[in-house]
Design a protein around this ligand. Structure first.
Ligand code: DX5
Ligand code: ZN
Length: 214
């Protein structure tokens, strides 16, 4: 599977509707929505008021990535706001199971994610309990960072686990993805790639999305 999920974080917020409509016209499958609380990560992006226009204008499923503490307090509201999938950080909770159950009960896809400094083996017990895992290939908090090469081995590891255990869990990779490395990341076993600056700062975003899938 080769899914591209452009991150709206890198769009021009002065023309959010235009950015969403551009993605609608593109070959991207999902629209990635980065929510930051200024506590879990040292940056604040946006929250519920911005979900509303995204939901209204996007024809693509909203792939919500919560970079927040206490995700269990907010996951249901993101489902109600129109999220197709809701992901949160394993290291932001003592126990991810209650929040995962809340998301599933609302009918949305569940996703667990980890920052680059979290041992990838910590995902093992949850691989059969989520629809998707998201490996961060930069430290969550900012767009425009450089892909951390050590992520490649983690992608291969998670892909091998999924295969060995006969699971259908999707594997998404987020951070520093561009046209130069997308092919290699897919080849290592990713199903879905998030791309923010590579898409929205490009002269021809539609072509960038097309070439990432090629
Ligand atoms: C980082 C976010 C990413 C980010 C990706 O905290 O989770 O989704 O927007 O941006 P690029 O593609 O520019 O690294
Ligand atoms: Zn993200």
């Amino acid at each position: 599977m080769k899914i591209i999920a452009p991150s709206i974080l890198s769009a021009d917020f002065g023309n959010l509707r235009g950015a969403v409509e551009m993605i609608n016209r593109s070959e991207a499958e999902w629209l990635h929505v980065d929510v930051m609380d200024g506590v879990f990560v040292p940056n604040i992006s946006f929250g519920f008021p911005v979900m509303e226009p995204l939901k209204r204008y996007s024809t693509k499923p909203l792939d919500v990535h919560l970079m927040i503490t206490h995700p269990e307090k907010y996951v249901e509201r993101f489902c109600d706001a129109g999220a197709w999938s809701v992901g949160f950080h394993l290291e932001a909770t003592d126990d991810p199971i209650p929040a995962l159950e809340m998301i599933r009960k609302k009918g949305a896809r569940t996703c667990l994610t980890i920052n680059p400094d979290i041992d990838v083996h910590r995902l093992d017990p949850y691989l059969d309990k989520v629809d998707m895992v998201l490996l961060m290939s930069v430290f969550a908090g900012f767009g425009g960072q450089k892909f951390i090469p050590e992520t490649m081995d983690k992608i291969r590891y998670v892909r091998a686990q999924i295969k060995q255990r006969g699971l259908e869990t999707l594997l998404e990779v987020d951070g520093g993805v561009n046209t130069a490395n997308a092919g290699e990341i897919f080849a290592a076993g990713a199903d879905a790639l998030v791309a923010g600056s590579a898409v929205f700062k490009a002269d021809d975003p539609l072509q960038v999305i097309r070439s990432m899938k090629a």
